[in-house]
Write a protein that binds this ligand. Sequence first.
Ligand SMILES: Nc1ncnc2c1ncn2[C@@H]1O[C@H](COP(=O)(O)OP(=O)(O)OP(=O)(O)O)[C@@H](O)[C@H]1O
Length: 222
Amino acid sequence: MIELKNITKKYEINKNNIITALDDINLSIKEGELVVLRGPSGSGKSTILSLIAALSKPTSGEVIVDNKRISKLSDDFSSDFRRDNVGFIFQKYNLIANLSVKENIVLALIPMNLHVDVIEEKLSRVLDMFHIEHKKDMLVKNLSGGEQQRVAIARANINEPKIILADEPTANLDKNLSLAFIEILKELKAQGKTVVIATHDPIFFTLDIIDREIEINQGIIS
Ligand SMILES: Nc1ncnc2c1ncn2[C@@H]1O[C@H](COP(=O)(O)OP(=O)(O)OP(=O)(O)O)[C@@H](O)[C@H]1O
């Protein structure tokens, strides 16, 4: 269960220029729900995702995940929370171009000091699940956009997180690849993951696998 309680997030550019990205919002997302956050550019969608992932902290209010006040965690505990609970699919994928597919995917596991066999097992599970096995030794810079997205999704799932967050996941994909992404969403939902997608792509708005659409405008949920 994810709860945002009276969340305000302000970005201070300088003393005379403070942007209110979120203005006292309340939001609650149940375990296993597939939710779409929709709204125009700049409305606050990415800010909500970054708060749920404990990548940033609210100016006021609380973010609670599974009864844990994650908005109060120190930076170290925030990273632990993220590693154990959240898979984040970034709009621009945030992959390292000069590393191979498998190196990109296992990078986040390095601080965990896992046995090499465990890493191999986790790796082969996601390579297989997201149909990228045949490219595992290729450098990411030599992959197509759709393949890079599958690597980003595999990386987000390496630790079997309960929560998947995706920021404009189809922004760089054509229609067919967007439909392939929707197939992946179906798999994630079948596995019981909680999925939150920030998007303004209309392809999501008529899907029956989406449990709820949340409309956000200028930092306010309407
Ligand atoms: N790090 C930052 N510093 C300053 N302002 C920021 C920062 N991040 C976001 N903002 C501002 O906060 C507001 C909300 O941004 P946010 O990225 O959450 O919107 P969005 O709905 O995800 O937009 P998009 O669809 O374009 O990604 C915008 O006005 C944006 O310019």
